[in-house]
Structures are given as structure tokens and as C-alpha cells.
Write a protein that binds this ligand. Structure first.
Ligand SMILES: Cc1cc2nc3c(=O)[nH]c(=O)nc-3n(C[C@H](O)[C@H](O)[C@H](O)COP(=O)(O)OP(=O)(O)OC[C@H]3O[C@@H](n4cnc5c(N)ncnc54)[C@H](O)[C@@H]3O)c2cc1C
Length: 410
């Protein structure tokens, strides 16, 4: 593993910087900087995806034949870091970073030809239908029924916590096609057109006030068997493969580094508890240094996984380790952000932020009243949303169980 930057890497970094400087409008940068969670404003995110797509950079980690980039490991890292530094909005991970990998590995040629180009353009926008009211950590306990009827599976049941279900026009879902044998058997991985009759969506309100997650109800929804990925009753194989990409395989360290730098910057302007500025307060400085050191360790671990991916491998159990470390660091950083924001960070001002979903019943003040700086308005929403980091994509307790089994043989 070679971590040094060559002249070619520096030239690539300059190329990326020039592209970002030319293409990121002030509105897009604002949407990136004022994100209240891992999701940016939907419109901004889609706009940015189209710009990246026209440059051939929307899905750099895909194989080249499907529209990915023939980049070295270092180039992937440079691109991710520079995008974060420039304040680019994030792209939704469900299509490009998640289901696309399952389609590439397990899909038919017809499925690849239909979905992959449309995921790149954003014409097809996916949400993830894994969790159910009685199946979260114990995902294999899922029970949404899918009964075979001619060329279709007829689906009845409900999915919960479905992020961006209202924006999505497709869902990748796990359904129960058989109830005999082990619970991991008899699960099927399907792609569902969200306009199919029988689907109803009810938004869930998060502690931040945003409506990004939903419960989705299915009542005799017909899904063509042609939309099954892999084999009927063998969806668990596909589901597990996809989860490795959900939990790791990207680069979280650059975003955390950028956030730590921003916190240091603002803490240098805020009063400390004993006079001077907050950044010079020994207790605050020690916590920030601790997070920065752990982020550097994460970066090295991410390099290792990227190296495995570049060699044709997949993240494996290492993705569980990356998920735990990155979400714990993110939570520690949002705590520091709240400390830096001070009393201004307590005011509820969603109009000053770029939330990842609508906020119902909130009327922005007519005079555009803003207490403090916009980043201070982001702090509490970011803080509340980040509490979910150790729950979604499989809770951190479950990730520790996976590591104990796969790596320690316990
Ligand atoms: C913000 C957010 C977005 C989400 N987005 C999506 C999405 O788009 N699509 C989707 O399908 N799902 C989504 N989820 C659902 C998420 O995957 C589940 O919430 C998660 O898997 C936990 O399941 P649960 O909520 O049912 O909690 P439970 O499984 O009931 O767990 C409750 C608690 O018990 C602990 N626990 C459970 N079993 C064990 C065990 N064996 N050992 C130790 N501790 C255990 C858990 O760690 C947790 O702390 C999202 C969740 C959140 C919060």
C-alpha cells in the first residue's frame, strides 16, 4: 500500500479542484456546508449528480464498463477529500453506492442495461426497504409476504425507516417468499416500482423535525419476477453483499477531517469558559485532538479497504469496523460542534439550514430572523440526526457482534 502522492496525483488533485471551482455554484456549496445529516437537500444533490455525471464522475467506484472511473486508490481518496473541502453536496448512497453493486454482481444483463445508466442520471432514484417493524437488528426475521402468482410476486406487509421513500421512484426490498427452513432462507431481493398500485407512504418525524424516514405499506403489490435480483429464496446472499457497501467501502475520514477543521476554525472565534477563545480551553482542545487522531487512524483503515476493493475484493467484515469508528467519531464531532455553537446552537432555525427532507409545520420567519451564524443553526439538527448514526445501517452493537464472530471466532 503506497500512500505517497506522485506528481500525477498532484496533477489529478489540481484537475479535481479546477472542476469543483468551475462547477460548484454558491447555492450548491451552501447546500453542502449547511447539511443537517449525511443527506443534503434533495434538489441540490440531484443537480450535483447530473453535473458529475456529465464529467463521468458520478460513480467513480463502479467498474469502468458501466460508467466508473479507472482511478487509482489515491485518486479516489483525492476526489472524495477535495469534494468535501469544496463543500459539495452529498449524493444519495442508495443507488450509486449500494444497490448498483448488487445489480452489477447478481443482476441479469437486462437489469444492468435498464438500471445502471438510469441510476447514473438520477432518472431512477432508489430507497432501501430492508427494515420492518419487527425486523431491524434481526433482519432475517423479516416477514413481508411475497406470494407467487404467474409472472409476479404479490407483496403485502410494511417496511419502516425507509429513507427518502417519498423522493424515490424505485425501492430495493427484501421479501419473504418461503417460511420453511432457516429464516435466512426464503428471502428474496426485489426491485419495486414505487408507482405500483397498493403502495402507501407515511412520513416519520425525527427529533430534528425533518421528515426523511417513512413507513411504507404494501397491499397486494404486484412485482414482476423479472425484477428479482439473484434467485428467488436466495435474497439473503444479495442482501449481505449489499450491506458491506452500505457500512463501508466509501471514505468517511475526509468529511470528518473537514468537520474537525471547521470546528477548530469556529472555536477560535468563540469565547472559552475561562476567558480567551474556546480553542485554547484545555478540555475542549484535548477532545478535539482526540477525535482528530482517531480520524487519522480511520483514514488508514479506509485506505486498506479501498486497496482491497481496487484489487477486486469486497469490504467484508472490515466494513463493520469502519461503520462503528466513523459513526462514533461523527457523534463526538457533533457534540463539539454544539459546544462551539454555544447558546446560539440551541435555537430551532431549520430555515437557516439545508435539511435532507421537508420539515412539516415550520414557517420561516418573514424577516429571515437568524440567531447567530447559519452553522450555529445547523449544529442542533446535525447533533440530533447524528444520534441515529450508531443505529442505522445495522446498529453498532450488531456490528460488534459481527466482528466478534467473523474476526475473533467467538
Ligand atoms: C435515521 C435512520 C435511517 C434509516 N434508514 C433506513 C432505510 O433507508 N432502510 C431500511 O431498511 N432501514 C433503515 N433504518 C433502519 C435501521 O437499519 C434499523 O433501525 C436498525 O437496523 C436497528 O433496528 P431497530 O430499529 O428495529 O432496533 P432493534 O433491532 O429493536 O434494536 C434495539 C436496540 O437493541 C440492540 N440490539 C438488538 N439486538 C441485539 C443483539 N443481538 N446484541 C446486542 N444488542 C442488540 C440494538 O443495538 C439497539 O440498540 C434507518 C434507521 C434510522 C434510525
Amino acid at each position: 500500500m503506497d500512500l505517497s502522492w506522485s506528481a500525477a496525483d498532484s496533477a489529478f488533485r489540481d484537475e479535481v479542484r479546477a472542476f469543483l471551482a468551475a462547477e460548484l455554484t454558491p447555492e450548491l456549496r451552501r447546500a453542502g456546508r449547511l447539511m443537517t445529516s449525511v443527506y443534503s437537500d434533495h434538489e441540490a444533490s440531484m443537480q450535483w449528480q447530473l453535473i458529475l455525471h456529465s464529467r463521468g464522475w458520478a460513480a467513480p467506484a463502479w467498474p469502468v464498463q458501466y460508467g466508473g472511473c479507472d482511478w487509482s486508490l489515491t485518486q479516489h481518496y483525492i476526489f472524495s477529500r477535495e469534494s468535501q473541502l469544496a463543500g459539495a453536496p452529498s449524493l444519495s448512497p442508495m443507488g450509486i453506492r449500494m444497490v448498483a453493486h448488487a445489480i452489477i454482481k447478481y443482476g441479469t444483463q437486462v437489469q444492468k442495461d435498464f438500471f445502471l445508466p438510469r441510476i447514473l442520471t438520477g432518472e431512477v432514484f432508489f430507497c432501501q426497504g430492508y427494515s420492518e417493524p419487527e425486523a431491524g437488528s434481526d433482519l432475517a426475521a423479516l416477514s413481508m409476504s411475497a406470494v407467487s402468482d404467474g409472472d409476479d410476486l404479490v407483496c403485502t406487509g410494511s417496511k419502516i425507516w425507509t429513507t427518502h421513500a417519498t423522493e424515490a421512484n424505485w425501492m430495493f426490498a427484501l421479501v419473504r417468499t418461503s417460511r420453511t427452513g432457516k429464516k435466512q432462507q426464503g428471502i428474496t431481493f426485489v426491485l419495486v416500482d414505487m408507482t405500483t398500485p397498493g403502495i402507501q407512504i407515511r412520513p416519520l418525524v425525527m427529533t430534528s423535525g425533518e421528515e426523511v424516514q417513512n413507513q411504507v405499506f404494501f397491499d397486494d403489490v404486484r412485482v414482476p419476477k423479472a425484477n428479482v435480483i439473484g434467485r428467488i429464496d436466495d435474497g439473503w446472499t444479495v442482501a449481505k453483499y449489499l450491506l458491506e457497501f452500505e457500512r463501508g467501502g466509501g471514505a468517511a475520514a475526509p468529511a470528518l477531517q473537514v468537520m474537525a477543521e471547521q470546528i477548530a476554525e469556529v472555536a477560535a472565534t468563540q469565547p472559552g469558559p475561562a476567558g480567551g477563545v474556546l480553542l485554547d480551553d484545555p478540555a475542549f482542545a484535548r477532545k478535539l485532538a482526540d477525535v482528530r487522531i482517531r480520524t487519522e487512524v480511520l483514514e488508514i483503515l479506509e485506505y486498506r479497504v479501498l486497496a482491497a476493493l481496487a484489487g477486486g475484493g469486497h469490504p467484508g467484515a472490515a466494513s463493520s469496523m469502519l461503520k462503528i469508528i466513523s459513526t462514533e467519531l461523527s457523534q463526538a464531532l457533533t457534540e463539539l460542534l454544539m459546544e462551539a455553537a454555544g447558546p446560539r446552537g440551541r435555537a430551532y432555525q431549520p430555515h437557516a439550514t439545508c435539511p435532507g427532507g421537508p420539515i412539516a409545520d415550520f414557517v420561516a420567519p418573514e424577516d429571515g430572523y437568524l440567531s447567530g451564524e447559519p452553522w450555529q443553526a445547523v449544529a442542533p439538527l446535525r447533533y440530533f440526526n447524528d444520534r441515529a448514526g450508531s443505529i442505522y445501517a445495522g446498529s453498532n452493537e450488531i456490528q460488534r457482534n459481527i466482528l466478534a464472530k467473523a474476526e475473533l471466532g467467538l
